[in-house]
Write a protein that binds this ligand. Structure first.
Ligand code: NAP
Length: 264
């Protein structure tokens, strides 16, 4: 598909998935962006879908279509592989896929440095969720007790969510001392206190009726503070992805978290 000189050419990995379809629609509406193609193993015949090419693999797609930035919403294994393919061709990548390990992120950073391109990774592209993390970081300095509850649709395959983990990491880094422990010595049902990340408990719920919700609850003598964010539609992630696509160009190496690109 011919694009205007000034448009940023975007390829989407996982374009037939829930997020991929949302990105195709949402990013196409941005006048500064042109979605030029996508890849997804679900596309059995590797033909065009609508007016763009959809290949089964990113390599296959980039052989036939050039892209300025690749956007990935797949699985952690696929995202690591797609990052290596994109960066191997000197193309920057914006990864929304969650569940990447520290080792995978380190490899992606090395590949990006070598390529002189950017690998932008964010576990949550919703601006409200980015603000939730910042507010939680601030509150962590003033409350000794905190726990996180995250709720997602029942199709999500990883737990806890990447957002919950990043929030927990930021909260712990904001403090000089650990959060207060609890007095539970008898776990009547194993796992009843949720996942334990360092000194923070994270509770994961999976059910229809939700897209992505996070609550950070702080407790202190005589008071509690709840910070909550809900993504009620996948369109909540589109502006953040569009922002990242426009801001990764010219950057080099791994950038983690939307707050790094925003002025907050
Ligand atoms: P999904 O509906 O299962 O879509 C993933 C798609 O990627 C599927 O069509 C899958 O095909 C495809 N895929 C697998 N391997 C691939 C590869 N090597 N190359 C290209 N495509 C490949 O999942 P989703 O709900 O869209 O979520 C995708 C990811 O985004 C998850 O990690 C989720 O946690 C994350 N997410 C992030 C944010 C954020 O703001 N950062 C927001 C929402 C979701 P097959 O099914 O055939 O394997």
């Amino acid at each position: 598909m011919p694009t205007h000189m000034s448009e940023i050419r975007v390829a989407i990995c996982g374009i037939l998935g829930r997020m991929g379809q949302e990105m195709r629609e949402g990013l196409s509406r941005d006048p500064e962006l042109a979605v030029v193609g996508g890849c997804d193993p679900r596309n059995a015949d590797a033909t065009s879908r609508g007016n763009i090419v959809v290949a089964q693999t990113l390599g296959g797609l980039l052989d036939s279509t050039s892209a300025d930035v690749v956007v990935d919403f797949t699985t952690a294994e696929a995202a690591a592989e797609n990052a290596s393919i994109a960066l191997g061709r000197g193309t920057s990548i914006v990864i929304g896929t969650t569940g990447l390990t520290e080792a995978q992120l380190e490899t992606i950073d090395t590949l990006a440095q070598k390529a002189g391109a950017a690998a932008f990774v964010a576990p949550n592209f919703a601006i409200g969720a980015v603000l939730l993390m910042q507010f939680a970081r601030i509150a962590s300095r003033y409350f000794d007790s905190a726990e996180i509850i995250e709720t997602h649709h029942n199709g999500k395959i990883d737990a806890p969510s990447g957002t919950a983990l990043l929030t927990a990491k930021m909260m712990r880094e904001a403090r000089d001392t650990p959060f207060a422990g609890d007095n539970v010595s008898k776990h009547v049902v194993p796992g009843s206190r949720g996942a334990v990340y360092g000194d923070l408990h994270i509770h994961s719920m999976r059910m229809p009726g939700f897209v992505a919700s996070h609550q950070v609850i702080f407790g202190g003598p005589g008071q509690s503070l709840t910070i909550r964010h809900d993504s009620i539609g996948r369109d909540s992630f589109v502006p953040g992805v569009a922002f990242a696509v426009k801001h990764v160009r010219g950057r080099v190496g791994l950038i983690y978290g939307l707050d790094k690109l925003m002025d907050i």
